[in-house]
Design a protein around this ligand. Structure first.
Ligand SMILES: [Zn+2]
Ligand SMILES: [Zn+2]
Length: 131
């Protein structure tokens, strides 16, 4: 138990070191880093991870990495077309994100999970340009 605790602490420290490394080389990285840290903490305290505007995995604004396969979550239905059982494509422009199923082509499958993805991306786009 003690060993496990120590390992998880090291994991956290490594993650933070990586964050500093990435953000220090990017203009505007300080603001992103602050929001990332705030949302990491909020998530530990109960914030829904899908409501985040930053990505806890890729350490970026959500709309910058929402197209990654890591953001397809069949279990919860995020970025997922249930009838076709396949991931939705994402198109991000200056103000919003759109989800498309490449198979059934009916636009964004209108589920609570997919609406949440679009809403979080919109907030992320606005936040990233609001400085
Ligand atoms: Zn991500
Ligand atoms: Zn479909």
């Amino acid at each position: 138990m003690l060993v496990r605790l120590r390992e998880s602490r090291i994991g956290v420290m490594r993650r933070r070191a990586h964050l500093r490394l990435v953000t220090s080389s990017e203009p505007g990285g300080t603001f992103l880093a602050a929001v990332l840290d705030g949302e990491d903490l909020a998530e530990e305290l109960g914030l829904d991870p899908h409501a985040r505007v930053t990505c806890g995995l890729h350490r970026r604004w959500l709309h910058q990495c929402v197209g990654s396969p890591d953001h397809v979550i069949p279990v919860t239905g995020h970025r997922w077309c249930r009838p076709c059982r396949r991931p939705l494509d994402v198109v991000v422009d200056g103000t919003t994100a759109r989800l498309f199923c490449p198979r059934c082509g009916t636009g964004t499958p209108d589920t609570a999970a997919n609406r949440q993805v679009v809403r979080a991306c919109r907030t992320s786009i606005a936040a990233s340009s609001a400085r």
